[in-house]
Design a binder for this molecule. Structure first.
Ligand code: IPT
Length: 986
């Protein structure tokens, strides 16, 4: 069923002919593919059992690829230490991908080399301090620093390459770098390491826009692609309905840059990150709404793109120390799958496009013939407000007219007609329904000479194709179009069958023999069976109804000679068999057994729904998640009802009460003993900003092993009585804060304000870098300094993460210090317990803990005994209402029914303007808003800790609740938790 003869003789490859390409598209095992991929970062969902959930959802949208950054900083916490355990493991990614049937582009980066709004762009923090040479060059200390990590990646990749029956298709070796001589030499060095290590699949690269880097010359990669974020980045979510026009340069750029390769976009805007103080992720989802996907994604198709990955399809959570300073914990990205793993309306649009691409083999090889601006030979467009690009398959003659508004941002409703050549002469479209409509920001493919299934011949269509293929003995064509527009298509109706009796559908015999023209009048909503016979089924629906359908791949019960070993679950390689299933929230997979009579479906329900199935005619029995469903044949369809289990109504979450409290800033109490702390006495640093003033001592946490989270500094001085203030320059990154105390007295908190940087409606890199530090004079209150003995200035700094390229070696800590009227003797520094070489929590890893006292003690971990702590509600804030840091801990039980997937979030009060900052720990993980099973134990005890940092002497009253976003009957299966409990710490 799936192995086919090669259809091109002039292909190129990496080092294996299992993966090849020509100027049109990629080939895997000699078959053309449209690589339709989405980005997902497993480090942003540190629960390995949930990776299959995301992969299944992506495949259900018709995608066949996933692009994954691996985070060097998390897996290589210190020099020579590689930790590919727990959620950092790669094998479970590959296993889940193979099970779901999705090809992997691995992007291990290592430097800024992933960017991804993560600290130091993914470069391990220890490198930012320990490496003197320029990063991402051939500097020897940099090379020595990165090579072990790349070796670890190579070892994991080699046995999982597509050439070995694994899912790994490409390795992208660095991220968006320009080809200066030193960068190019570094690329060449990297490539040598991958090749010598046994990586034979193509090495790829993502250029920053149309940069022409690494196509030819030193360091050139096998397969080149360009990234594009046409709606902009940084602060575009502030104005979500302001569209940028589509980029008209793509096609000509590809032709001039790498015409011998297929057009590859390794990253195309799938959403956008939000920033501290930003409008929230719903705005980013609106910026990249379904209409955006419709117009911009199809414009990529019109540019003849045949490999694409949307950044992000699932964003997830930048928990712990992962964010770079601009972004907060949620990395929802306004993506098609939201942070809590819910499917959005963007997912529906992705699926409408994904199933079309999966269905349309003729679309995998197309010549770009022309567009409205160049003119298209033989084609006349009547309607100046429209814009058309013609792509044509040179072998089959199939034509794809990609239509949109001439002004791609226009919201006007327009209509047009098209006169086109096709197999039977010339044709004006539409024939009977007047004109083709575009409702505002809309794009449509008008298609001629398209085939489907074994014998389906579609002469043309102005309606969109949702699905085309064979189901059992029938050729099935499922079209859709807006209910307030009219649509028309013409095809050969085969077999002895029945036409729809709907008054909205008009059948006419076309002039050419055997062809029937079908006109769908506006007002046709819901699902219509246009034509059914034993050999053919034609369906039409409005777009929302169409998106209620799923087309799960039916894995062959036993691998046959036709399937490619290892690819049993992969559409096009293991199986071309499917069914259509309408109604459920999600269909994860389907099998057919009992000699074809039983269809077993697995998936999720968010409500009780009616079920509509198109299956082979032999199917008589249907099960849903293992339970029999009553179905009856209604014409060509099987219909039934799926009842959501009553147990979902039992799902409740408790209010968070019975908090216990302990002070977490003993450092500002008299007599605090910091003798175990590190003496900060270095006078050299590799960090970019050198000490600005003081006495040459370096007071950056990372130079002492404390690169993540809060770091505390204590400056001792023997007072002579004339000390009046400390002058400090403190670096923490965009939106950081730092509190300064003299002995046990609070002086003040300084911070940089995200909002002020963006009040012009824009947030530029200058805004961000300009607000990464504060210089201030911290005046000592009267009587706070005691002459003749040791006095201590304590500085609590929040490290917001390191910058991305080229500023990864970011200063975080105190860059300048001066004691007005005296001199500092010793400086002490303390961050996470053990620093990056000796941190105790190897499971959650180096990114989890910072240096607050409670974190050092492990108060955030489950199992820590708080029985001696004071009962105090979180809403009461800190005792005394003063500045400081306190820990609040509570526990609660959950008992969710099995086979439910509960999407839950923690919510602090909306629009908080109170002067506090808080860290939320869920079962020991420094986590943000949306919480997944695996982090929460859905059937057991859970521990929540909040580190509350009151920024000044104002009482604060935080509130925190656990809320259920939705309850799904189903889910991916059992989710293991791995939340190590507290153990005594030294
Ligand atoms: C592109 C990066 O490659 C990616 O890692 C991520 O940071 C993305 O931007 C924005 O979310 S770079 C491009 C926008 C300049």
């Amino acid at each position: 069923m799936v192995r086919k003869a090669p259809d091109s003789n002039s292909k190129s490859n990496g080092l294996t002919d299992v993966v090849q390409w020509d100027n049109y598209s990629l080939f895997i095992h000699d078959q053309r593919v449209f690589l339709h991929s989405g980005e997902f970062h497993t480090f942003r969902l540190p629960v390995p059992d949930l990776w299959l959930d995301i992969f299944q959802k992506m495949v259900a949208a018709g995608l066949n690829g996933v692009s994954i950054y691996i985070h060097m900083g998390a897996t290589n916490p210190s020099r020579g230490v590689l930790d590919f355990n727990d959620w950092r493991a790669l094998q479970p990614i590959f296993d889940a991908a193979k099970l779901a049937g999705i090809f992997v582009t691995l992007r291990p980066g290592k430097f800024d080399f992933i960017n991804a709004e993560t600290t130091a762009g993914g470069i391990a923090h220890w490198i930012t301090s320990e490496v003197a040479g320029e990063l991402r060059t051939t500097a020897t200390d940099w090379t020595a620093a990165y090579e072990p990590y790349v070796s670890g990646i190579i070892d994991a990749v080699v046995p999982n390459q597509v050439s070995q029956g694994g899912p790994v298709l490409f390795v992208q070796i660095d991220n968006e770098f320009n080809q200066t001589p030193s960068h190019a030499a570094y690329f060449a060095q990297l490539e040598t390491q991958y090749r010598e290590g046994g990586v034979v699949i193509p090495l790829t690269y993502n250029d920053l826009n149309e940069g022409r880097n690494f196509i030819n010359g030193t360091g050139a990669v096998d397969l080149y692609g360009l990234d594009s974020y046409p709606q902009g980045t940084t602060s575009a979510c502030l104005n979500p309905t302001d569209w940028s026009p589509v980029a008209t340069s793509y096609h000509s750029y590809h032709l001039s840059a790498n015409p011998a390769q297929p057009f590859y976009m390794p990253e195309f805007q799938g959403g956008l990150f939000d920033f501290w103080g930003g409008p929230g992720y719903d705005a980013c989802a609106l910026l990249t709404e379904p209409a955006f996907q419709d117009v911009f994604y199809k414009h990529n198709w019109a540019s003849n793109v045949k490999l694409i990955s949307y950044y992000m399809v699932y964003g997830g959570t930048s928990w712990g120390g992962f964010p770079f300073p601009v972004v907060y914990t949620s990395y929802d990205y306004g993506a098609a799958i939201r942070e809590n793993r819910a499917l959005s309306d963007k997912f529906d649009e992705l699926k409408r496009q994904g199933l079309f691409l999966r269905s349309s083999s003729e679309f995998r090889k197309t010549d770009w013939i022309g567009d409205t601006s160049t003119g298209i030979p033989g084609v006349t467009l009547n309607g100046s407000a429209a814009f058309v690009t013609l792509l044509k398959n040179p072998d089959t003659g199939t034509q794809f007219f990609v239509t949109r508004q001439a002004d791609s941002t226009s919201t006007a409703n327009i209509s047009f007609t098209l006169t086109v050549p096709f197999s039977q002469g010339t044709l004006t479209l539409p024939q009977t329904t007047g004109s083709i409509a575009l409702n505002g920001r809309q794009s449509k493919l008008i298609i001629t000479d398209y085939t489907f299934g074994a014998a389906g011949a579609l002469l043309y269509t102005t309606a969109s194709i949702f699905f085309a293929g064979t189901i059992g003995a029938r050729d099935v064509l499922f079209l859709f179009g807006d209910a307030d527009q009219s649509h028309e298509f013409a095809l050969v109706l085969t077999g002895a069958g029945t036409r729809s009796a709907s008054s909205r559908i008009q059948f006419t015999n076309a002039t050419a023999a055997g062809i029937t023209t079908v006109a769908i009048a506006s007002g046709a909503a819901g699902l219509l069976t246009v034509w059914e016979s034993p050999s053919q089924l034609v369906l039409f629906a409005d777009p929302v109804t169409a998106a209620m359908f799923w087309a799960p791949a039916i894995k062959a019960p036993t691998p046959s000679n036709d399937t490619v070993p290892g690819f049993e679950s992969f559409w096009q390689f293991g199986t071309n068999e499917t069914v259509l299933v309408g109604g459920p929230y999600l269909v994860r997979n389907a099998t057919i057994s009992n000699e074809g009579s039983t269809l077993a479906l697995r998936g999720d329900l968010n409500a009780s729904v009616s079920l509509t199935i198109v299956a082979p005619l032999e199917v008589r029995e249907v099960t849903w998640n293992g339970e029999r469903v009553d179905v009856r044949a209604e014409g060509a369809l099987l219909t039934g009802w799926l009842t959501q289990s009553a147990s979902v109504r039992e799902v409740k979450v408790p209010a968070l009460t019975e908090w216990k409290f302990a002070d977490s800033l003993p450092e500002v109490q008299s007599g605090f003993d910091d003798s175990s702390w590190t003496v900060a006495n270095k006078t050299r640093t590799n960090i970019e900003v050198k000490p600005l003033f003081g006495d040459g001592r370096v007071l950056y946490g990372c130079d002492y092993g404390f690169c993540e989270g809060h770091v505390l500094f204590r400056g001792h001085f023997n007072a002579n009585g004339s000390e009046t203030a400390a002058n400090l320059t403190i670096y923490g990154g965009f939106s950081f804060a730092a509190s300064v105390f003299i002995n046990d007295r609070f002086i003040s908190t300084v911070s940089t304000n995200a909002q002020s940087a963006s009040d012009d409606g824009q947030l530029t890199s200058a805004d961000i870098l300009g607000v990464d530090h504060v210089n201030a004079l911290f005046a000592f209150p009267d009587g706070s300094v005691v002459p003749g003995r040791d006095n201590v200035l304590t500085v609590v700094v929040d490290n917001m993460g390191n910058e991305e390229y080229p500023d990864e070696k970011s200063a975080r800590g105190i860059a300048g210090f001066e004691l007005v009227g005296g001199t500092f003797a010793t400086w002490k520094v303390q961050g996470k317990l053990g620093g990056y070489t000796n941190f105790p929590d190897k499971v959650r890893g180096v990114m989890n803990e910072g240096g607050l006292f409670g974190e050092r003690e492990g108060w955030h971990l489950p199992g820590f005994d708080t029985s001696s702590w004071t009962p105090r509600d979180l809403s009461e804030g800190l005792p005394g209402g003063g500045a400081g840091v306190g820990f609040f801990v509570t526990m609660f039980d959950l008992a969710f029914p099995r086979n439910t997937d509960v999407l839950v979030s923690f919510q602090f009060e909306e629009g908080n303007t109170q002067p506090y900052r808080a860290l939320l720990f869920v079962n020991g993980w420094k986590f943000g808003k949306a919480i997944s099973p695996g982090i929460l134990d859905y059937n057991g005890k859970n521990t929540i800790a909040v580190a509350l940092w009151a920024l000044d002497n104002t009482a604060v009253s935080p509130s925190l609740e656990l809320v259920i976003d939705s309850v799904l009957d189903g889910g991916v299966g059992p989710i293991a938790t791995n939340n190590p409990v507290w153990e005594p710490r030294s």
